[in-house]
Design a protein around this ligand. Structure first.
Ligand code: G1P
Ligand code: ZN
Length: 543
């Protein structure tokens, strides 16, 4: 076995986005592309010498190859040990847990999350740090800098290692531990939730459907829901991770998980439905005939988490990303909890979680999680909902109705305009930026602008500032819209328009969401002219 030093040169475009580096698979397959990026990660984080890493991913096309490259590069650069999920599989939350459990120095997660997989679809690679969370901006900036000056990488010349067998082996001087991707994660869940109560729930005939969307959560959901909790076989659908996710778009929202929604709104619907994304960090929950928006889900979980054993002592606080609705803030205020508003992306929660300032976090993009790991966690959210349903003995619809009666309702929707030409997206965003200062006091579609700004976040723990995190236009009465450009897309620009309107109740809590938001949608178009400037009749995806 020989350590090769391979000359290379910088490859443009290796800037990690909201959640690691995501590109078309064929881009990742270019010569040196993976190697350059991995070398940059290692260089930017002080080298691999003596370090322990976790490695796994959502099983998408090209994952087995990339796993071998990462192993060979870690081995060439003196890493002590890599803990790999069997078949190179690990959900993102399970990877986060393994990093923490083993005191590892970091982890490589091969995933493009909810983006489709396959030769002509997307691939991604993200690096998590020793706390188990996504690398913060200081680290991703350093990685990007390293990709711009790279001149060589080091890799071990050796045979592929067999990742299909659980057990210990060596690659050069490095220890390779192939582990069951599910076992440690499932054990963690048993510490947080009342498994006997959940077993009793299923034994009593409670019916559930979990759509794993042919992605990584299949094995996790099968083990936990069907084996440990006794839900009938067949509760988990699309349970085998496939390289192309069976052609599905593994994004758990009403658009891409339509089959689940149809079943939940159809005759003889189960009591509870849920879905997860490609790498298992996102979740969608649905009751019989009742869709739960992620912002509402965060609020309900915050209000009820104390019913689960892992949170019996109460919560330290709650954090949400800026575009997420303020529903969780209302709960926090009512319960006297600290609440925080952070930029989009899970990495911004890490400091708050590490400092013990918050226990639960969430994003409107179907992500919720807690301090048990440093990533959002789809199955965790599903299990917390189940535990709350079991403890309260009510349906999802009853719990939601009760919640809105107590706290009022934040009607909420996100409108995505996908694959816009970059210059059009820039024109829309630039136009809004120019207008911002003059908006306050003006009326649009009957709504009076109270304030408008570009969101900038000062991390309360380390004082770091993240500017340019999206435009907010707030109206009197608690309505608002937000516009920002996606940091995870791989084609053109994706513009996200987030819409929100608060209704205190007791009347008006049961309107159709888009109808309830109509004035905000109209005001946003008057101000930002997304439809007019893009020439699109409407958004591509509404969630
Ligand atoms: C999207 C979501 C964001 C999430 C990220 C990673 O990022 O909006 O909340 O953290 O995916 O799952 P965006 O494409 O908006 O930058
Ligand atoms: Zn994901």
């Amino acid at each position: 076995m020989q350590i090769l030093t391979v000359a290379t040169s910088p490859i443009a475009g290796q800037k990690p986005g909201t959640s690691g580096l995501r590109k078309k698979t064929r881009v990742f397959m270019q010569p040196h592309f993976v190697e350059n990026f991995v070398q940059a990660i290692l260089d930017a984080t002080g080298g691999a010498k003596g370090k322990t890493y976790v490695l796994g991913g959502d099983g998408r096309y090209f994952t087995p190859r990339v796993a071998q490259v990462i192993l060979r590069m870690c081995a060439a650069q003196g890493a002590q040990r890599v803990i790999v999920g069997q078949d190179a599989l690990l959900s993102t939350p399970a990877a986060s847990h393994l990093i923490r459990l083993n005191g590892a120095d970091g982890g490589f997660i091969m995933s493009a999350s909810h983006n489709p997989g396959g030769l002509d679809e997307d691939f991604g690679l993200k690096f998590n740090t020793a706390n188990g969370g996504p690398a913060p901006e200081s680290v991703t900036d350093a990685i990007f800098e390293a990709t711009r000056t790279i001149s060589a990488y080091r890799i071990l010349e050796t045979q592929d290692i067999d990742l299909s067998q659980i057990g210990e082996s060596r690659m050069g001087d490095m220890r390779v531990s192939v582990v069951d991707p599910v076992a440690d994660y499932a054990a963690l869940m048993e510490t947080l939730f009342d498994f006997p109560r959940l077993r009793a729930l299923f034994a009593g005939g409670f019916r559930m459907r979990f759509d794993a969307m042919n992605a990584v959560t299949g094995p996790y959901a099968k083990e936990i829901l069907e084996r440990r909790l006794g839900a009938p076989e067949g509760t988990v659908l699309n349970a085998t991770p496939l390289p192309d996710f069976g052609g599905l778009h593994p994004d758990p929202n009403p658009v891409w998980a339509k089959a689940l929604i149809d079943e939940m709104f159809g005759p003889d619907a189960p009591d509870f439905g849920a879905a997860s994304d490609g790498d298992g960090d996102r979740n969608m929950v649905v009751g019989r005939g009742t869709y739960v928006s992620p912002s509402d889900s965060l609020a309900v979980l915050t209000a009820n988490a104390h019913l689960a054993p892992g949170y019996r002592g109460g919560l330290a606080g709650v954090a949400r990303s800026m575009p997420t609705s303020a529903a969780a803030d209302r709960v926090a205020e009512a319960m006297g909890l600290a609440h925080y508003e952070t930029p989009t992306g899970w990495k911004f929660f890490s400091n708050l979680l590490d400092a013990g300032r918050v226990t639960i976090c969430g994003e409107e993009s179907f992500g919720t999680g807690s301090n048990h790991v440093r990533e959002k966690d789809g199955l965790w959210a599903v299990l917390l909902w189940l535990d709350i349903l079991a403890a309260r003995g009510q349906s999802v619809a009853e719990i939601l109705a009760d919640h809105w009666k107590t706290h009022g309702r934040n009607y909420y929707s996100r409108h995505d305009y996908e694959a816009l030409p970059n210059e059009i997206a820039e024109r829309i965003v630039g136009g809004l930026r120019d207008k911002l200062a003059g908006l306050a006091g003006q009326t649009f579609a009957g709504l009076v602008v109270e304030a408008a700004d570009e969101f900038s976040y000062t991390d309360p723990v380390d004082g770091s500032i993240s500017a340019h995190q999206g435009f907010r236009v707030m109206f009197e009465g608690g309505a608002r819209f937000v516009i920002r450009l996606s940091g995870t897309g791989t084609e053109g620009a994706t513009l996200r328009l987030y819409l929100e309107r608060y209704v205190p109740g007791p009347d008006g809590l049961d309107e159709e969401v888009q109808a309830a938001l109509a004035p905000v949608i109209a005001a946003a178009e008057e101000i930002a002219a997304v439809r007019r400037l893009s020439g699109r009749a409407g958004p591509d995806v509404i969630t």
